[in-house]
Design a protein around this ligand. Sequence first.
Ligand code: HEC
Length: 139
Amino acid sequence: MKSKLQKTKLLSALIVLTAVFIAGAAKAQSKPWIVPASAKAIKNPLACTPATLKEAKTLYVTNCAPCHGEKGKGDGPAAASLTPKPANHTSAVIREESDGSLFWKLSEGRTPMPQYKKILTETQRWELIDYIRSLSKSK
Ligand code: HEC
């Protein structure tokens, strides 16, 4: 039979292991989001017009604003409870990212953001990239 001391040791080892595991999982989330170079280089094939922007606004308000906020500041009603936080689509980091890179991230998703290639058409996703750009301009 095991001694009480052995049991205690086993228990504390388990606790440490669990903590390491949780820390590891949290770290996985803060990993840089690597976009393949080929995807980064892709240019937006759509012509941005008032009509496509209007359509994208409707898509954005319905699909994206709950997390990213109506104006794309990353402050939607669901944002407070999310880790990592939804990106601020008007930030300098996003402004400097290529259309292709944003399109790829939107398409692939990363928890908690859904994989939009399964939800929206390619045209809708490119329209949304134009819309994200317009959010920075209309500040
Ligand atoms: C459930 C909440 C949620 C919804 C809905 C959502 N996003 Fe996101 N989005 C996030 C989070 C969180 C991140 C940051 C993910 C990360 O860094 O790992 C993110 C990141 C992004 C990025 C990448 C920004 C960067 O780092 O370059 C883009 C682009 C984006 N979202 C666009 C959209 C668009 C467009 C929609 C609507 C079609 C949308 N998101 C809907 C939560 C959401």
